[in-house]
Design a binder for this molecule. Sequence first.
Ligand code: G3P
Length: 483
Amino acid sequence: MASNVSELTTYMAYLEGEWKKSSSGETIAIQSPYLRQTIGYVQAVTQDEVDDAITAAHNAQKEWAGLSLSARGEYLDRWADELVKNSEEIAQAIMQEVGKGFKDAQKEVVRTADLIRYTVQEALHMHGESLRGDGFPGGDQKKIGIVERAPLGVVLAIAPFNYPVNLAASKIAPALMVGNAVIFKPATQGSISGIKMIEALDKTGLPKGLLSLTTGRGSVIGDYLVEHKGINMISFTGGSSTGRHLSKQTTMIPLVLELGGKDPAIVCDDADLDVAVSSIMNGAFSYSGQRCTAIKRVLVNERVADELVSRLKAKVEKLTVGSPEVDSTIVPLIDDKSADFVQGLIDDALAKNATLVTGNKRENNLIYPTLLDNVTEDMDVAWIEPFGPVLPVIRVKSDDEAIEIANKSEFGLQASVFTQDIDRALAVARQVEAGTVQINGRTERGPDHFPFLGVKASGMGVQGIHHSLLSMSRERVTVLNLK
Ligand code: G3P
């Protein structure tokens, strides 16, 4: 699946069940965010190759959909086994390619195998329903409705860089399980990890053409894939601006979009600050805050703000900073452009008189963890998603003010509420506009069988294993009219 060129590997694209070089003759160099060098090359696939892959997918999908659920599940279970068997090699690829700590990368691979196995079991136990005609006034008891699930055809799975295996498989596994074919487009940085993941799938003997992995330039195949008439459903995870663009490009096909966030941690004056501090630290800074569900602002009651900031400062200054090879929490961001963006937010806040509690130090694309206090609504960092290790603290006078500021955001992915009064927690949680509200815990997508969704600019549709099986299939209704 690869040929070594001057010691660096040139990886093949997986097209119509074969590992092959692109006819473009072009490759894309993949940069490592912490090695700051090229770690390999992937194929720049052409639009013609996309056409052929989609045609092959439609052809293979018909036979695949004819297999039993358990037969399809056996392929996926073998995929999960292969992933676990190769977890070290895949984790190494993830670490080098996106700068994620090795232990976190390995956890991502194992989590993905668990997700795949759970997807198989969930699908096996989705039994559909039957309906009686006389269940409706004047209905005929001789009319019986049978509702099953049917595949959509060819699903386009577009994955982000930050979970190059887990978020890809969280689309591919349910798509295949309900009988679809898949075109998989990884992020550029994430392509090698995606290739390693598909190598594991290929080893299961997956029918040729059922899945193609199209690495390539967004400018060449990005829009081409999204607008292609042969695509029947798109599941996308990535930035909100790309998600908005994608939703305008498509017509009459189902979309699931998991987009950005600006998750608030609302800290009430009766919060258990040990719980709040621990959750905020993990939620805001793990993997340098490069998670869509990261805590990206703290809305703290002014009565406990000094104590909270003081405790956060102490913890931030103890965060490990450096290479993912030693499992540092704060690692170099995915690229220099991202680091420039984060630094810009810090500079803007300080220029507008935010208090620098700690941080504001940079080495290339390594941004040291930065805690800003007394952040006000005129500062960009109060509203813009950094995707980096900067945490703004906004002081509020009441729960109502916290809810008002939380809901002013264009985003609505998740939120955390910290209080020791469950009625107060629920009262706040029900007023915050978010897909999920965590009470006394960090914002996070897992566990993967929970529904995962964003509202407003944070997304459209619902992920999570059960909901992904539903969103990648449709009802098939058969009505028996008995004599
Ligand atoms: O950023 C991707 C999002 O899915 C984060 O996942 O599990 O870290 O909350 P998680």
